[in-house]
Design a protein around this ligand. Structure first.
Ligand code: UDP
Ligand code: MG
Length: 489
């Protein structure tokens, strides 16, 4: 069998409008190089006609191979699948939207011939929005300081890897993959050149602000433990500050006698320290969450359809989810999700929602407590409770819509949300009253206890208020989960 010199790996997610133009441009760039090549398309669970289009390309041209996922698993998973499929001595990773110009591939191949194992095409940021450019540059600077591996602004996934480099990338087994870090971590002789940024030929970028933000967090967490160290440093600095404050107070008592301590100052300090502790717990939780997802050793993706022979399928796909090679559009292959997978996904979704809701609740509790504690020195505590509650409810509605339910806030939901909160308000009010007047609890402690006891009810009510009537949101929960979630592209 003739060996393949170059593999082009192309992750595609909803690229229906551009994929054929991309394919034509790629073929025109590759044919003059007189090298044997293959193109490995990976359809990352597109909801448009991308899968059918790459299926037809594969039928028309034996050099085209493809794999299609059962749902959207993110670009990282798609690139991994493509690298596993590839058989070439050199592999070029590129996007399907023509932002990675195919005419640069011959130049990359020339540089490979000079012995480089990684050839990186680095884009400048021409034509990009000022805010996006600024945020991205700031993000890279921050990452550069915090990460143990080097990531360079503009150096993305558009790169050529030698077979040795590909094998090194594939040898890294982690579930949470952050390619930019991985490419840097494997090392090898690397060369880069710059090209002018190009806007997408058609379709839309799948990278919203939140997804980029999560990707940044992935980068930070995947390649170092500095956030944990930062938490230790922050904790020590605060402990020292507290010691200084204690000495200052003791000196004050010695010099001026005992004064009634500032109640508000004390509470603000408690709330601020509580916030810092919770943020630190969040950092630790992020690492623990990653350990959890790593030890589960789930496959990175599930294949729905492929024109590959079964032997070259990824080794870690359990037998029951391995599809048979099928013709494009074959309906039998479309039952990618088993019942138990769907059930697991729905349980995971509820768990994830509850965790999100809990974290948002913590933020809102801090806001609520700050308002409550400030006001209850002047007005009755139940009145402070109502005002604090009202202030936090608007923020809570927005955060729970966008983060917990991953849906756009609607006016209907906004009207329903306070309705559900009235029940919650009464419940927390009653608990607070019982705590203070019957059990003689401290007003602040009683408010916190009432909030905690009411949390499960609040979660169900809030989810009902936001989600109710949006069946669409529920039905699309599978792919949307991943699209909006932490799975890196
Ligand atoms: N992509 C993917 N899965 C995703 C998101 C994106 O395979 O979940 C592919 C997409 O089809 C494209 C490439 O990754 O080929 C880059 O995506 P996009 O153009 O949206 O990113 P941007 O260029 O805006 O950074
Ligand atoms: Mg793009």
């Amino acid at each position: 069998m003739k060996t393949c010199q170059v593999s082009i790996v192309v992750p595609c997610f909803n690229e229906d409008e551009v994929i054929e133009a991309f394919h034509r441009a790629l073929i025109s760039a590759l044919e003059p190089t007189r090298r044997t090549f293959e193109i490995c398309y990976v359809d990352d669970g597109s909801s448009d006609r991308t899968r059918l289009r790459i299926g037809s390309l594969a039928t028309a041209d034996r050099r085209v191979r493809y794999t299609s996922f059962s749902r959207n698993f993110g670009k990282e998973a798609a690139m991994l699948a493509g690298l596993r499929m590839s058989r070439g001595d050199a592999v070029v990773l590129m996007d399907a939207d023509l932002q990675h110009p195919p005419e640069l591939v011959p130049r990359m191949l020339e540089l490979r011939q000079r012995g480089y194992d990684q050839v990186v095409a680095r884009r400048d940021r021409d034509g990009e929005g000022t805010l996006r450019t600024f945020l991205t540059a700031a993000c890279y600077r921050a990452m550069g300081r915090c990460m143990d591996v080097e990531v360079v602004d503009g150096e993305g996934d558009f790169r050529l890897l030698s077979r040795t480099a590909v094998d090194a990338v594939l040898a890294l087994p982690e579930s949470n993959r952050f390619s930019k870090g991985i490419f840097s971590w494997i090392g090898f002789e690397t060369v880069s050149f710059t090209y002018s940024n190009i806007q997408r030929a058609a379709g839309r970028s799948k990278w919203g602000g939140r997804r980029l933000f999560n990707y940044g967090i992935d980068g930070l967490i995947s390649f170092n433990s500095r956030p944990l160290r930062l938490a230790i440093h922050g904790g020590l600095a605060l402990a020292l500050a507290a010691l200084g404050y204690a000495l200052w107070t003791i000196a004050g008592v010695v010099l001026h006698g005992v004064a009634v301590p500032g109640y508000t100052t004390l509470l603000t300090a408690i709330v601020a320290l509580g916030g810092i502790q919770l943020a630190t717990l969040g950092v630790i939780g992020e690492y623990v969450g990653r350990i959890y997802s790593e030890v589960k050793r789930r496959p990175h993706y599930v294949v729905r359809e492929t024109n590959e022979s079964p032997q070259v399928l990824p080794f870690d796909i359990p037998a029951e989810v391995r599809p048979r090679p099928s013709a494009p559009g074959d309906r039998r292959a479309s039952t990618g999700r088993t019942g138990s997978t769907a059930l697991g996904a729905s349980r995971f979704r509820t768990l994830r929602q509850f965790v999100d809701f809990g974290l948002i609740g913590v933020i809102n509790t801090v806001v609520y407590l700050a308002v409550y504690a400030t006001l209850n020195t002047w007005i009755p505590y139940l009145a402070s409770h109502v005002i604090g509650y009202t202030v936090s409810i608007v923020g809570s509605f927005l955060l729970n819509s966008y983060i917990t339910c991953r849906t756009k806030p609607t006016w209907q939901a906004f009207v329903r949300y306070p309705l559900s909160s009235v029940v919650n308000l009464v419940l927390t009010g009653v608990l607070l009253y019982l705590g203070v007047s019957r059990l003689g609890m401290d007003k602040n402690i009683a408010a916190v206890a009432a909030g905690i006891l009411a949390t499960p009810f609040s979660f169900l009510l809030a989810r009902w208020a936001i989600d109710s009537g949006t069946d669409l949101a529920r039905q699309s929960a599978g792919p949307a989960e991943t699209r909006a979630g932490h799975t890196a592209p």
